[in-house]
Design a protein around this ligand. Structure first.
Ligand SMILES: C[S@@+](CC[C@H](N)C(=O)[O-])C[C@H]1O[C@@H](n2cnc3c(N)ncnc32)[C@H](O)[C@@H]1O
Length: 480
């Protein structure tokens, strides 16, 4: 089999990273595009000894789980790749993804995984959208033509404000509508694009590192309706920003704060090194459960508010908190999990490496009148191995809630967690693969047993899945 060859395949199931799996003469094919159950015409893009990769050219016979997509950019934009998959089927694929990770990476067998807890909102569920400015982009027609002809279309030098095209770091798809945030958000994007174009503002280039416009970030509170517009730029142009701010407020009176984040960093992360607030408080207020949070432009906050509450409820239920419990909340971010459980326990200690997040967490504690939470700034690897002075100031934890980034826990952190020996550990993860790797290290003889596994869907129409696992300390004579 050669690169460029065309074949017809039956897509059997969903693989990692949103690809699909097909089989052909003992070879596994990882196929980009299509829906499990489709018969598709594909073009081979890569050949290896045990697998091939291919792109879908045409759906020959559609799958029974296909549904009509809502968005006109489906298949081009990287945002909602599973829009054409029935939602119940999405939830089952996500559960299977968790099972596969536990079995293949964790080496576990026979673990029962609960059905995925679906999102209450399937559209308009995001409280934050990050758009990019790009000078190189493709229209939908050009992307399709490229897929059909198998040729690399030359990206045109134009002005786009939208979302990154997957696997093309320098190309942005111009987006005039998106179903992930509100109508107002869509109108703001279109307005800002026209404003910037009309003034001939230049776009930051990831190649030359020259150009003013970088990102437009919109945060909108689900519960209070507060709305933040944050323009990320290379440098500071106060007169222009004031003008944009006034125009935005005139057209969109629901905007409660406008900020300009400025950064010369070469990475594409939409975070400023310096922030100028042109209108409002520079933060929005959101609620989860009975807590109120002030969120600044650069702080981490779960993007699906309603589902975040359900995720934290799952974590709290698994933790079975009692008023004697001392909880360590590792990777505590802005303190949302700590504050969610605080009323039910004696004390919570959160540890987090980003200073702004720790400041937010402390302020969130104060705003909510919570007195039994302490937030410590530091890298967990250091806090648990060499800078351990803080440990003496708190009782040993009976419960740990751990919510690391996608990369999971450092091996040394896993080791120290096991040595601290809390009775229950609730491991929340946005990456079942690294979670399964870490769980393997925590479940040896005399360590922990997995008691419950609950996938929670935070991002409908994507292959992403949040997974919550309850571990309990084995009794010393329990060697299961
Ligand atoms: C997935 S977020 C969880 C945040 C919080 N639990 C929530 O639900 O909002 C992971 C957090 O871990 C922090 N983090 C990443 N690496 C860390 C490290 N080595 N030590 C401490 N915190 C870290 C990140 O800054 C981020 O706030």
């Amino acid at each position: 089999m050669k690169r460029g060859e065309e074949l017809t395949l039956h897509l059997e199931s969903a693989a990692f990273e949103g690809k699909n799996i097909a089989r052909l003469n003992g070879l596994v094919a990882f196929v980009r595009g299509g829906v499990p159950g489709d018969d598709v015409r594909v073009r081979v893009t890569r050949t290896k000894k045990s697998f091939i990769e291919a792109d879908v050219l045409e759906v020959v016979r559609p799958s029974v789980i296909r549904v009509a997509p809502r968005c006109r950019y489906v298949g081009v934009c990287g945002g909602c790749k599973w829009q054409e998959v029935d939602y119940q089927a999405q939830l089952e694929f996500k559960r299977q993804h968790v099972i596969d990770a536990l079995e293949r990476i964790g080496g576990f067998s026979g673990i029962s995984v609960n059905p995925t807890l679906g999102s209450l909102d399937m559209y308009f569920y995001r409280n934050k959208m990050e758009f990019s400015f790009g000078a190189k982009w493709l229209t939908r027609q050009e992307m399709d033509a490229e897929a059909n002809a198998g040729t690399e279309h030359r990206a045109l030098d134009r002005f786009a404000l939208g979302l990154h095209i997957p696997e093309r770091f320098d190309r942005v798809l111009d987006i005039e509508e998106c179903w992930l945030q509100s109508e107002t958000s869509r109108e703001i994007v279109n307005f800002v694009r026209e404003f910037c174009k009309a003034r001939g503002l230049d776009i930051y280039s990831t190649v030359t590192h020259i150009g003013f416009l970088r990102n437009l970030v919109i945060r909108q509170s689900r519960h209070t309706g507060e709305l933040m517009v944050n323009l990320v730029t290379l440098d500071d142009r106060p007169v222009l920003m004031q003008e944009l701010c006034s125009e935005l407020l005139r057209r969109f009176p629901s905007i409660t704060t406008f900020v300009n984040n400025i950064t010369e960093r070469k990475s594409q992360v939409a975070i400023g090194d310096r922030e100028v607030v042109y209108h409002g408080a520079g933060t929005i207020t959101e609620t989860i459960g009975k807590r109120t949070y002030r969120i600044s432009a650069n702080s981490f906050f779960q993007t699906n508010t309603l589902q975040a509450e359900r995720l934290y409820d799952v974590a709290k239920k698994m933790a079975s908190p009692t008023e004697e419990d001392v909880v360590f909340d590792l990777y505590s971010g802005t303190g949302t999990i700590a504050l969610h459980v605080a009323d039910d326990v004696a004390e919570v200690v959160g540890i987090e490496s980003v200073a702004a997040a720790v400041e937010d967490a402390r302020r969130n504690g104060e705003v909510n009148g919570v007195k039994n939470c302490t937030f410590i700034l530091g890298d967990l690897k250091d806090c648990l191995t060499k800078d351990t002075g803080w440990l003496a100031q708190h009782p040993r934890p009976s419960v740990m809630i751990i919510d690391p980034p996608r990369s999971g826990m450092h091996e040394k952190v896993v080791k120290q967690v096991v040595e601290l020996a809390p009775q229950r550990i609730v491991y929340v993860s946005c990456n079942p693969a690294t979670q399964a790797r870490d769980l393997k290290l925590m479940t040896g003889p005399g360590q922990y047993v997995i008691k419950e596994v609950q996938p929670v869907d935070m991002f409908p129409h994507t292959y992403h899945i949040e997974n919550v696992v309850l571990l309990e300390k084995m009794a010393t004579d329990d060697h299961r």
